[in-house]
Write a protein that binds this ligand. Structure first.
Ligand SMILES: Cc1cc2nc3c(=O)[nH]c(=O)nc-3n(C[C@H](O)[C@H](O)[C@H](O)COP(=O)(O)OP(=O)(O)OC[C@H]3O[C@@H](n4cnc5c(N)ncnc54)[C@H](O)[C@@H]3O)c2cc1C
Length: 369
């Protein structure tokens, strides 16, 4: 834009903002008094539903596994069990797993699994100069990672009462590495954007413990007063996070892994000993919930989640998280979620949960001022 046009636009913007002549800045601050911005309402009705999908979160009460073991001559580096935060943590735990794999001195690697975690591990190995073959039962779009909502938030990853100083440090390290990696990707091409999140409740809000570990990764976090937001809730908190849209993100990752020369083999392994049949001496295990049967991990269990999508609304540019509800504005539809059914293996739609999610969101958005 030519300089004159910029000056003109700046002048118009100042006029358009309608700032009173006496509007003043806080001393030492560059922040002008900010009127609450207008948030578009989500239209929730049965005739706007385009699909309902179900996925099983790979949950371990004591947290994800990054650990090395030997099976015969093969080194296996485990990288699984990310619960409800596997998109979020994928680059971080993969960085830790790849560090272990690289220490073996080998340069040919098998990656088991082609969800968010397997793809990040494969890319990191390739970026170091490794040669990668991915073995997976299913490829995107048929992975749990494709079902994920895609909010960047290292939450619902483990039970709070199983925390230790070590698990806190590990979670924070993985979250930090991952947060940085997502920002290094070309955002639009990978379906990544920054959005305001509004957490709502009629009860006083507690900070999530995971959030308190990495507070700086939730920029602009603050409590809002009643007049500062339009929602029918007594308490509200706002922060900003990335939304990573899995259908766009995973196909961009798969493309990059292939362009960098990975071989992709569709194959299901049914016994842990089968890793010895693979020609690669080092295997990074990113099989998600599949690790339960394959590597006999008794702690791993499903947490069923269900999402109902409404027709897209491009004007909705914020996330809402209520009591048992959440809304993410994705390009492929307005996503309504909020179910966490522990130890349920069924992939069938739960009609009762669908009705609850629809009714809850309808009340929330119809109640907006
Ligand atoms: C409803 C819902 C909402 C969610 N929302 C979010 C969110 O907003 N943010 C977030 O960060 N996370 C979210 N998650 C969690 C996220 O989806 C998971 O943590 C993540 O997908 C785990 O990734 P993964 O690569 O480990 O597993 P998967 O995506 O399940 O990939 C596993 C891979 O291993 C392969 N595999 C498994 N077993 C075998 C075997 N025996 N042999 C060969 N291959 C095998 C599979 O075919 C697949 O390719 C959500 C999950 C659900 C269900």
């Amino acid at each position: 834009m030519p300089r004159r046009a910029i000056l003109k636009a700046a002048g118009l913007a100042a006029l358009g903002a309608g700032l009173p002549a006496c509007a003043s800045r806080r001393p030492g601050s560059l922040v002008w008094p900010e009127p609450p911005r207008r948030l578009a309402r989500v239209h929730v009705s049965e005739d706007r539903i385009i699909r309902t999908v179900v996925g099983l979160r790979p949950f371990r009460p004591s947290g994800f596994v990054v650990r090395t073991e030997k099976i015969g001559d093969t080194t296996v580096v485990h990288n699984y069990g990310h619960g409800g935060g596997g998109i979020t943590l994928s680059w971080g735990t993969s960085e830790l797993a790849v560090e272990e794999a690289w220490k073996t001195g080998q340069r040919r690697f098998a990656v088991l699994g082609c969800g968010a975690v397997g793809l990040a591990s494969a890319r990191l190995l390739q970026q170091r100069g490794g040669e990668v073959t991915i073995y997976a039962k299913d490829l995107p779009p048929r992975t749990t990672s494709n079902i994920a909502g895609g909010q960047w938030s290292p939450t619902s990853v483990m039970d709070g009462d199983r925390r230790t100083a070590e698990s806190d440090a590990l979670l924070a390290r993985a979250a930090r590495l991952s947060h940085r990696s997502f920002q290094q990707l070309p955002a639009a091409e990978f379906g990544i954007r920054w959005l305001e999140n509004y957490v709502l409740s009629d009860e006083p809000l507690q900070e999530w413990w995971e959030q308190s570990l990495v507070r700086d990764l939730y920029p602009e976090s603050r409590e809002l007063r009643r007049h500062e937001h339009p929602f029918p809730a007594r308490y509200a908190r706002r922060f900003t996070t990335m939304l990573i849209e899995p259908p766009i993100y995973l196909s961009a990752m798969l493309r990059d892994v292939r362009l960098a020369g990975a071989r992709i083999v569709v194959r299901e392994l049914s016994r842990r000993e089968q890793v010895q049949e693979l020609p690669e001496p080092v295997v990074v295990n990113c099989t998600g919930l599949g690790a339960k049967a394959l590597f006999a991990d008794e702690e791993l269990r499903p947490v069923k989640g269900q999402l109902t999508f409404l027709l897209p609304q491009a004007e909705v540019d914020y996330i809402v998280i209520g009591d048992g509800l959440y809304m993410f504005p994705r390009r492929d539809g307005i996503l309504l979620g909020g179910t966490f059914e522990h130890d349920v293996w069924s992939l069938d739609v739960n009609e009762e949960a669908r009705r609850r999610i629809m009714a809850g969101h309808r009340a929330l958005f119809e109640g907006m001022r």
